[in-house]
Each structure stands twice: as structure tokens, then as C-alpha cells.
Design a binder for this molecule. Structure first.
Ligand code: SF4
Length: 327
């Protein structure tokens, strides 16, 4: 029998702001501008310090898209000494590097220049494609236009940024839409070879959101999508599922290779009602397969040197650390 390896990354989740210019029909993350809409620097640093002490290697900076477009947001940001959330993000990425944790930023839609700038302080970056279909849930979210998202993924490729993307299932798309989305990811990867993983994530409806009663994708349907992804995507793109949102042990046989970022410290701020499995549970999920820790930059991109030279010593040190922990 073929020896299978299932990977994961040990991370901390840092939602720098919950303010976002978009209005997705399924969102439970976004909040209006107001007290508590920004994560304070002290909290970021405390999380990074504790995360580093617990052996976390990845700082996931995920937050609302272009919050400055929301009236009043800048007044909350200014006292921290920044004019844009991306300036704040860059500064916090630098802190993360100081604490010995590799930053991975998903800030929604970014321009080529913004990504080029953030690349120097990020080992990898990400943007969920979600779907190439035009769906009602995205009707009031300009950042969710498929062309805009595909263009950003293409720019990331031109910049040689190891990249994470994926599909969000159950937001009003069809199986044919999923196939089209996967083909779009494949085509971009064939041009730039930068997509390291594709997340197949099931949407979990939340009370109080416009899509609270949306029917959820069944395990069979998710398995079928994973199999389709494995057929369509090149072998060097890992298929990832979030082990806190679904019984991952049922999906490993469908072709899953990665369990994504799992945190011993922070919650999943997008799905706060779903706790992360503990490390011992991950081993059970992996079953016969070998569970192996990885960094947020996959080994093939470390070998190719697809990172800013300033990150080299930290990447090398942490690569050695996870190797020792997995042996
Ligand atoms: S982009 Fe993300 S944070 Fe913004 S409204 Fe949509 S789901 Fe919510």
C-alpha cells in the first residue's frame, strides 16, 4: 500500500480587523466600525509571544477587505499610528518575524504593488477563490467578483508568491461551478506554478446571517468535490480541508492531503463555534497515514527560494524544527 502523508501547520490566527467593505450573504465575521473593531498591537504581540512559546510556526493574518472604505474606520486606525490596515499588517508581520513565527497574510483583494510590498514580510499569502460563479450571496461584495480574484491570483504568480486558494462550498454554487472554479485554479497554476494548496471548505451557516437556513453540503458531496479536485488539479497542489468544520477522517480517503492551519492557542474567528482538534485528535483523523507538520511555505518553494532573503534564516530554522518534531 502506498505510504500516505497528511500535513498540517501549527498556527495562530490574528484577525487584525473585523471591518470589511464587502457584504457577503453568509458572513458572520464582519462588524461595523466601532470599539473593538481593531486588534490592538498588545494583543497581537501577546498572541505571537504565546504562540511562539507553544511551538506555532505560522501567524495567519486574516481580516476584512479594504476597511478604509468604511466611514470612520481611519479614525480608529490613526491612534495606532497607521493610515492603512496594510501598513498595520506589515508592521505586525515584522513583529511576527521578530517573535520567530512566519507570517501568512490573507487580506482580501490586493494590488500587484501591495502584494509585492507585503511579500518581503510574508512566507506565503492567500485568497480563497470561493467560486467563479456569480451568486446572489456576492451581489453586494465588489471584492468577490470572480475576475478580480482570478487577476489577483495571477499577480501572485507573477510575483512568485507561494499561494493558498480554495473553494467555499454551499454558498449557492452548483457542481458544474465547482468544476469551472477548479479548472480556473489549474490554469493559473500551469502558468505560474505558485499554488501550493487548494482548500475545499464547507460553508457552515450561522444564526443571524441572511443565509442561516442554507442547506449544507453533505459529506458525500464534499467527497465528490475533493475527488474532482484531485483529478483536475496538478499533483503539486495539496488538497486541504479544515478539520474543525467536518469529520475529516471520512474525507481523508477521498484524496485529502492537508489539514491546514490548526491552532493550540487561538480560535477560528470565522467559525468560532467550531474548535480546533487537538494534536492527538489529528493523529486519529490521519488514521493509517503519517501525520507530518509543515510550514506555511511548502518545501518545494523553500527549495526554489521563493521568499524574500530576509526570511531565509527563520524559514531554515523552523523547517529544521518541524522536521525534528515530525521524526
Ligand atoms: S469578504 Fe469576508 S469579511 Fe468581508 S463580508 Fe465577505 S465574508 Fe465577511
Amino acid at each position: 500500500m502506498q505510504h500516505r502523508i497528511i500535513t498540517f501547520s501549527k498556527n495562530v490566527f490574528l484577525p487584525l480587523t473585523t471591518v470589511c467593505r464587502n457584504r457577503c450573504g453568509y458572513c458572520c465575521f464582519r462588524t461595523p466600525v466601532g470599539n473593538g473593531c481593531l486588534m490592538a498591537q498588545e494583543e497581537v504581540e501577546t498572541t505571537l509571544r504565546h504562540g511562539a512559546a507553544m511551538g506555532c510556526t505560522e501567524a495567519l493574518f486574516t481580516f476584512g477587505e479594504r476597511p478604509e472604505e468604511e466611514p470612520g474606520f481611519k479614525e480608529y486606525l490613526r491612534p495606532l499610528g497607521y493610515t492603512t490596515i496594510l501598513d498595520y499588517c506589515e508592521a505586525m508581520c515584522r513583529k511576527s518575524i521578530e517573535y520567530g513565527v512566519l507570517p501568512h497574510t490573507n487580506a482580501g483583494i490586493l494590488t500587484f504593488e501591495e502584494m509585492e510590498h507585503l511579500r518581503s514580510v510574508n512566507a506565503s499569502m492567500g485568497l480563497m477563490l470561493e467560486t467563479t460563479a456569480r451568486i446572489p450571496a456576492h451581489a453586494t461584495s465588489k471584492g468577490k467578483e470572480p475576475e478580480v480574484r482570478l487577476a489577483m491570483m495571477e499577480d501572485a504568480g507573477k510575483l512568485k508568491i507561494p499561494f493558498t486558494t480554495g473553494l467555499l462550498l454551499g454558498i449557492g454554487e452548483t457542481m458544474a461551478d465547482r468544476e469551472e472554479s477548479l479548472c480556473a485554479i489549474r490554469d493559473i497554476h500551469r502558468r505560474y506554478h505558485h499554488i501550493q494548496e487548494c482548500i475545499i471548505q464547507n460553508f457552515c451557516p450561522k444564526p443571524g446571517t441572511p443565509m442561516a437556513n442554507q442547506p449544507v453540503p453533505t459529506t458525500d458531496e464534499i467527497c465528490k468535490t475533493i475527488r474532482m479536485a484531485r483529478e483536475i488539479l496538478p499533483r503539486d497542489i495539496a488538497i486541504q480541508i479544515p478539520p474543525n468544520l467536518i469529520d475529516a477522517s471520512l474525507l481523508i480517503p477521498c484524496g485529502v492531503e492537508d489539514l491546514g492551519g490548526v491552532s493550540p492557542l487561538t480560535i477560528d474567528y470565522v467559525n468560532p463555534e467550531h474548535p480546533w482538534p487537538a494534536f492527538e485528535e489529528l493523529k486519529i483523523i490521519a488514521g493509517e497515514a503519517e501525520l507530518r507538520e509543515r510550514l506555511c511555505i511548502y518545501p518545494q518553494y523553500i527549495e526554489r527560494g521563493w521568499y524574500h532573503p530576509d526570511l531565509q534564516s527563520l524559514i531554515n530554522r523552523l523547517a529544521q524544527t518541524v522536521k525534528l518534531r515530525s521524526s
